[in-house]
Unconditional design. Structure first.
Length: 96
């Protein structure tokens, strides 16, 4: 049996219009996508989603060229999500 690693928290998210952002990211976990470090969990909707508390974690990261990525898992202590190339990007991304 493998030991579960602690997933990094989404420290802040400044993206408005996401169904998971209510004073912070309320999704249980997010996925960072392959193109432009985009948050694949972002959904533009007026509907409220998530757990009701801003405790989101990074469940998976597809950006293998990031210094924080090891075996498609984020090893940063926490990340920030905000506008960059896309509407919702991981601003903690740093190329190797």
């Amino acid at each position: 049996m493998t030991q579960m690693m602690e997933m990094p928290r989404v420290q802040t998210c400044t993206v408005s219009g996401c169904g998971y952002n209510h004073g912070g990211c309320t999704a249980f976990a997010i996925t960072i996508g392959r193109s432009s470090s985009e948050c694949d969990t972002f959904i533009e909707t007026g509907d409220r989603g998530g757990m009701g508390q801003a405790l989101a974690q990074v469940g998976a990261c597809k950006r293998s060229e990031c210094v924080h990525n090891s075996e498609l898992e984020c090893r940063a202590p926490a990340i920030t999500v905000g506008a960059a190339e896309d509407r919702a990007d991981c601003l903690t991304f740093e190329a190797r």
